[in-house]
Design a protein around this ligand. Structure first.
Ligand SMILES: NC(=O)c1ccc[n+]([C@@H]2O[C@H](COP(=O)([O-])OP(=O)(O)OC[C@H]3O[C@@H](n4cnc5c(N)ncnc54)[C@H](OP(=O)(O)O)[C@@H]3O)[C@@H](O)[C@H]2O)c1
Length: 315
């Protein structure tokens, strides 16, 4: 009887301690310096990691532009942040990364309303169980996770250079499983492995950063880790899945607030000097520069940039 009570208590205690130790290694941004007079643009800031990042930056006095495809959700997010940060300086602007016209219109809005921004955070992203091609004929993970941000950053490139603004790219550890077929990476060829399409698009994030760095942009790439957000909403996760995966959840799943720390760190703290981050080839994980398992290929990088330019009709 004693053992029946003691054993679960001991197991729960050990799990709790391991969890706390892991949370400690994931890290929290300690810098609380004022960001007054700084302007941050965050894509997909109405929920999840983008929302937590917007809130944290607003708390430090920054002006934050929430670039979202649904303005109702964006304004709800603003109202929620204002419950905690009453004097928060927040603006919602419409941006659908799957639609070229929406991206162009968004960039015109930014040029008119916030021409002097300090940082753009490419955070918006999706992972879809039943992938499709957008109206522009682009596989949806490529459209929202790569090409939409590619077009947006390129349309704002002159302002980014003029402002010496920072670009933060929210990638994922899954980029290490990504593959890029330069012949048809934008087409929906394989509908059976949607998670592979997500991983591929996240690898494109790393290549995009590599090329921006070569062009002299202050670009930072991070992986937030596995976080409790709406990212997998399309997978219709049931409670029994959560039970089956409870060991993974207990050991690896971060809150959205904790996951946002790497993004906030990249936007406000991280420095990309050659010694810490040779050729900008590292990715920030747990608030530290960390080497990726994959080596980015120069040829793929160059060709992916050129093909992305062509698809966005930027050449
Ligand atoms: N959660 C994780 O475990 C995890 C791990 C590694 C990397 N990440 C990355 O973290 C980033 C943020 O994801 P999250 O976890 O916070 O997921 P989330 O809660 O689902 O938030 C994603 C955000 O992106 C927006 N979005 C999606 N498609 C868009 C489009 N076409 N145009 C404009 N906005 C769009 C969503 O808007 P709607 O609400 O309108 O759909 C939402 O605001 C993503 O880039 C994701 O790949 C997440």
């Amino acid at each position: 009887m004693n053992l029946l009570i003691t054993l679960p208590v001991v197991v729960a205690g050990v799990i709790y301690l391991i969890r706390k130790q892991r949370e400690y290694t994931w890290g929290w941004v300690k810098n609380n310096s004022s960001l007054k007079d700084k302007v941050f643009i965050i894509t997909g800031a109405n929920c999840g990691l983008g929302f937590q990042t917007a809130k944290a930056l607003a708390k430090r006095g920054a002006t934050v532009v929430l670039a979202c495809r649904d303005l109702i959700k964006a304004n709800e997010a603003i109202a929620n942040i204002k419950l905690e940060v009453t004097d928060a300086k927040l603006t919602a602007l419409p941006l659908d990364l799957e639609v070229f016209d929406s991206i162009k219109s968004f960039c015109r809005d930014i040029s008119r309303e916030f021409p002097q921004f300090d940082c753009i955070i490419n955070n918006a992203g999706l992972s879809i169980k039943t992938p499709f091609e957008t109206d522009e004929g682009i596989e949806v993970h490529v459209a929202a996770n790569h090409l939409g941000h590619f077009l947006m950053v390129n349309l704002l490139l002159d302002l980014i250079k003029k402002n010496n603004a920072r670009v933060v790219i929210v990638s994922s550890n899954l980029h290490e499983k990504g593959k890029i077929n330069l012949e048809n990476f934008w087409k929906l060829v394989d509908t059976k492995h949607p998670k592979q399409l997500y991983a591929n698009s996240k690898l494109m994030n790393s290549y995009f950063a590599k090329e921006l760095y070569k062009k002299g942009i202050d670009v930072h790439v991070c992986s937030p880790g596995l976080c409790y957000t709406d990212l997998y909403r399309d997978y219709n996760i049931k409670f029994y899945h959560l039970i089956a995966f409870s060991p993974v959840i207990l050991l690896f799943l971060r809150s959205a607030e904790q996951g946002a720390q790497s993004i906030i760190y990249c936007a406000t703290d991280n420095e990309n000097d050659e010694e810490k981050n040779p050729n900008n080839s590292y990715i920030v994980r747990d608030l530290r520069q960390s080497k990726s398992k994959i080596k980015l290929d120069d040829d793929i990088s160059d060709k992916l940039w050129k093909e992305s330019m062509r698809l966005c009709k930027l050449d």
